[in-house]
Design a protein around this ligand. Structure first.
Ligand code: SF4
Ligand code: SF4
Length: 383
């Protein structure tokens, strides 16, 4: 078993336990992918949940009601995309109201719903492989990004119900909810409610970095990839909404935190909202030069928030003081190699500029370096 690392806590990065909703943005930006047919015309009114683009495999739905006003270039998940721009009319017109599904679920119906609502990876795994172990991953990958922990706490009924539905219909021997042993609120919540689900177990793991990653979590329980399915808290909640309520994923939970924010929080947002609009309308930032780190300090990336749009995979934004830590020269201490979970020599990569394919971009080498060298930039070939 690999030796994983306990990270130091930084209180300036913790967030308020309150949640903010920002579900009526002025504009929504939806990326236009190649070979998608556009189904709306300029100045046409669209409804919340209306399909605005499609190809033979996927459909893109509008998260708001509004008017399609044209296109603009934006950055989504690190790539520049031409996006459809929908301006909110704040009417939230819906074609169909959401209703609880009355259909009796079975294996085939669940698989078909998973395909219909774009959980294709999970659908094909359940369809093609015999799954013996189902892990519901309630551990956030990144320190100070707390979306999974929040969702576990606030949607425990939905998470337990959906886990049990999958366990029963796919005849899964071991179904487990995994929580960090430091997450006392969730431990209490799940211990109080698990009695309704005698076939699901709660497993606690140490508060160590990388245990939120599916690969390391499987390794922690010595489970094989071939018969194990790991589903994170946000995805199991979205699956519940799709399977039980026929609801598409149009909203997401993200964490906004850091020493340059007055009050860091978890925010419920519409997918397609721009960070710029969200920050301006919801958060008060402190005076001084700021650096915006997308998706967390360990694996995230510094960005200019102006053109960045929130996608379904966005975890959050950590706002720190710009240039706070000066980079020094390497002192050959060897710590970057010692800490690497996959035994890549980050210093060698920095010296030779030869990128290693084994690097999983976990950020531990940059975290441990006493000279504050941003080794990840070398590992990603950015320096
Ligand atoms: S970022 Fe890459 S080289 Fe650095 S510790 Fe992680 S896996 Fe190893
Ligand atoms: S941890 Fe930093 S200082 Fe130490 S060997 Fe690696 S790059 Fe050099």
């Amino acid at each position: 078993m690999r030796k994983l690392v306990k990270l130091k806590k930084n209180n300036a990065l913790l967030y308020s336990s309150q949640i903010t909703e920002y579900i009526a943005p002025e504009y929504i930006y939806l990326p236009v992918y190649p070979k998608f047919n556009l189904l709306v015309k300029n100045n046409e009114t669209v409804f919340k949940g209306q399909i605005v683009m499609e190809n033979n495999l996927n459909k893109v739905l509008s998260p708001i009601s509004g008017v399609f006003i044209g296109s603009e270039k934006k950055i989504i998940d690190g790539n520049v995309h031409t996006c459809l721009v929908i301006q909110n009319d704040y009417k939230e017109k819906k074609k169909n109201a959401l209703r609880k599904s009355t259909v009796n679920l079975d294996r085939d119906k669940i698989i078909s719903k998973l395909y219909d609502f774009y959980f294709k990876g999970i659908a094909s795994t359940l369809e093609s492989r015999k799954i013996n172990n189902l892990i519901i991953n309630g551990i956030d990958d990144e320190p100070y990004i707390l979306n999974r922990s929040y969702i576990m706490q606030n949607f425990y009924k939905e998470i337990l119900e959906m886990t049990d539905i999958l366990r029963e219909n796919f005849n899964i021997k071991n179904a487990m909810i995994v929580i960090k042993n430091s997450d006392t609120k969730n431990i209490e919540t799940y211990l109080s409610n698990i009695c309704m689900y005698p076939s699901i177990v709660i497993n606690l793991v140490e508060d160590k970095y990388l245990l939120g990653n599916d690969f390391f979590l499987r390794e922690e329980f010595s489970l094989k990839e071939s018969d194990t399915l790991v589903i994170d808290a946000k995805t199991i909640l979205n699956i519940y909404e799709a399977v039980i309520y026929n609801k598409h994923t149009l909203e997401s939970f993200i964490t906004i935190s850091g020493p340059m924010v007055e009050k860091g929080q978890i925010v419920k947002v519409k997918i397609g909202t721009s960070f710029d609009e969200l920050i301006q309308n919801v958060f008060k930032l402190k005076e001084g030069k700021k650096e915006f780190v997308l998706n967390g300090l360990m694996t995230g990336k510094s960005i200019d928030i102006k053109n960045v749009v929130i996608s379904k995979d966005t975890l959050g934004l950590i706002i720190v003081k710009k240039g706070e830590e000066k980079e020094g020269k390497c002192i050959n201490c060897g710590l970057c190699y010692k800490i690497c979970p996959v035994k890549v020599n980050a210093k060698k990569v920095m010296d030779t500029k030869m990128i290693s394919k084994s690097c999983i971009d976990c950020g531990l080498c940059s975290y441990i370096c006493p000279c504050n060298i941003n080794l990840r930039k070398f590992l990603r070939g950015e320096k």
